[in-house]
Structures are given as C-alpha cells and as structure tokens.
Design a protein. Sequence first.
Length: 284
Amino acid sequence: MMMTGKARLAGVLGWPVSHSQSPRLHGFWLDQHEIDGAYLPLPVAPEHFASAVRSLIHLGFRGANVTVPHKEAAFRLCQEQGNTLTARARHVGSVNTLVFDADGHLHGDTTDGFGFVENLRAGAPGWQAGTGPALILGAGGAARSVIAALLEAGCPDVILTNRSRDRAEALAADLGGPIRVVDWDQRGPACAGIALLVNTTSLGMTGQPPLEMDLSALPQSALVTDIVYAPLETALLAAARLRGNVVVDGLGMLLHQARPGFEAWFGVAPAVTEALRTHIISGK
Ligand code: ATR
C-alpha cells in the first residue's frame, strides 16, 4: 500500500515491542480496506513514555496502542487536566488504547476486557455472561480486565483463585462486586456449578509450566476459554473439549481488542475473520 502526505498514523508503544502482533494485525486491516495509513512498532523505554506520547501528538499521530510496561503510565497521563478516560478504563486502572484529538488531548480506553467478551460472543454464539458463575484462574493484569468486563456484562458471581491468594484478595477488593476468592488448591472443586472457566495465568503457554487442573467437577454446560493462544489449543482446552465442553481459544481476544482503536484512528470498523486469524497464526 502506498502512502501519501495525508497518511493516518498510529502504532504500539512497548518495551520491548518486537514480540507484538499488533503491527501485523493492523497492517492486515489497513491493506484490506486500502487505507492511506500506517501502524508502527514503537519501542519506548519507561522513562521516555510521557515524552514519546507528546512527540507522537506533535508528529500528527491519531493515537496509539500501549502495551507492557506502559499501561499504568498511560492511565496516569489520561488523568491529567483536559484528558479523558472511558468508564471501563477507570474501573480497570489501565489504558491500552490512546486516541489523540485535534487539541492534543488524550482519550484513554482499555479494550482487553471488550476483546475477551467479544471473543466469547463470536466463538460461542448465544453465550451470555449472566448465565451463571465464572471461575477465573489468575490475578494479574489480564484477570483484572477479564473480571471487570464479565461483571459489566452481567456475570452474577465471580470465583477467583490464584497461586498467591493475597493478590487475588487485593484484586477482588479493588474491583468490587460479587467476587469470591478460593484457595489455588481448591480450583478443581470450585468448578462445581460454574458456567464459565477462564485461565488468565501464563500456565500452559509454550515454554511455561503446564496448568494442572482436575476437571471432574466441571459441568458439561460450562464454556471454557484460555487467554493463552500459543499453543492455540492449550492442554486445558483439549481436556475440556474431550469432556464435551464448548471451548474458545484465546487468539480472538487479541484480535477483538484491537477493533476500537483501529476504528477510532482509521475511520473504518474492522472485522475479525478466519483470514485474519490465519494471517496472524502464519506469522508466528
Ligand atoms: P498478566 O498481566 O499477563 O496477567 P502477571 O501479572 O505476571 O501477568 O500474572 C501472571 C499470572 O499467572 C498470575 O496470576 C500468576 O500467579 P501469582 O500471582 O501467584 O504469581 C500466575 N502464574 C504464573 N506462574 C504460575 C505458576 N507456576 N503457578 C501458578 N500460577 C502462576
């Protein structure tokens, strides 16, 4: 795709950023829609984050994604006078999508939870968060976004378990709402009666230890998903599928979380398609 002097610019700020799939993802949509624009990887060290954002505004960028380790710093920038945050970004306390307006103000959003819920809606048509309790494994940044989105979507009861129980307690207190913490070694029995099981830990990812989980109490009606997407079919998803559960892999969360930013910067609402999935998988 050729660019003109009017090209719309966006990118992803991270440190490091070389592993990010976002340039390939947005690049696919830019080509698909023949948009005069570009989406760049932007490696920025933590101490330069605020000045880098300022520079992008001066360079005429439309906005940017923000990834590790800048999501909290982006949130703090958006708390400054004249800038804004979406309700979900305020609830979660981090920002992964920045939109710059014509006055140089920042508008911050967090779209990981949106991506998570949209992935379930697309992968398990008819799924509703309100159906029953959700068991969440892990209490890191990913769990924070997932739980906030599930509560917002009407999940009546979140059961949270994490290796370090104090981290789960802190997250539950911070987010508020119907969240119950159980011990990590109770994760098997805690499956009884749930409607949704989510792994938000890094366990099961290529190169990480496996997730050991007794699924004998898991209802067959429960939907099972993993935010790990390398491998696409984790041992958890394979075991749940064998038991007859509907499973949704984690790649779609990455793809769907990118939609709001793309639409804001480039003016087209992009779609998550099989062709996009294949494109991202083939590049790994
Ligand atoms: P992210 O922001 O991607 O969620 P994170 O904040 O590093 O990443 O969280 C990783 C999650 O995986 C945590 O819930 C972590 O548990 P702890 O809070 O106890 O560290 C979990 N995790 C990582 N390795 C684990 C292991 N070997 N056993 C159990 N849980 C593990």
